[in-house]
Design a protein. Sequence first.
Length: 160
Amino acid sequence: MICYRLRCAHDHVFEGWYKDSSTFVMLRQKGLLNCPECGTSEVDQAPMAPAIVGRGRARPVSEESEQETEADAAPVAPVVPSGPAVLPDVVLSAMREVRRTVEDNCENVGRRFAEEALRIHYGEAPERGIYGEMSESQREELEEEGVAFQNIPWVRDTDS
């Protein structure tokens, strides 16, 4: 297993675990990587500081990692897969099921998502489930107005 530090187009940083580097490349090329915070598939590797192991302790090589604040450097428990290598297929299948459920039960308002969510919030439009797209500034506006919403990683549906 290999762990990559990833960054989306909106500068959200997260990590991903992959069987090997070629698996990561293949998933990125097919657009199957999504940011867990905003759902965008514009994801790439973020710079990582390599570590040199010696005398039982890892030492960062780059100056960038030395400048991290204590909060940034807080230890994070690694995600260790508990099942066989088919786990990603199970996760993708579950995410596709979430997508189908949303598509079957909610209205796609596209780029008008933030506008329509505000109208529903203020009682200017009928209350119903909606989904669509929004910018980072629209997301901040909805949060400031107290509108309840959830970002869902949007995976492509299979062709079969």
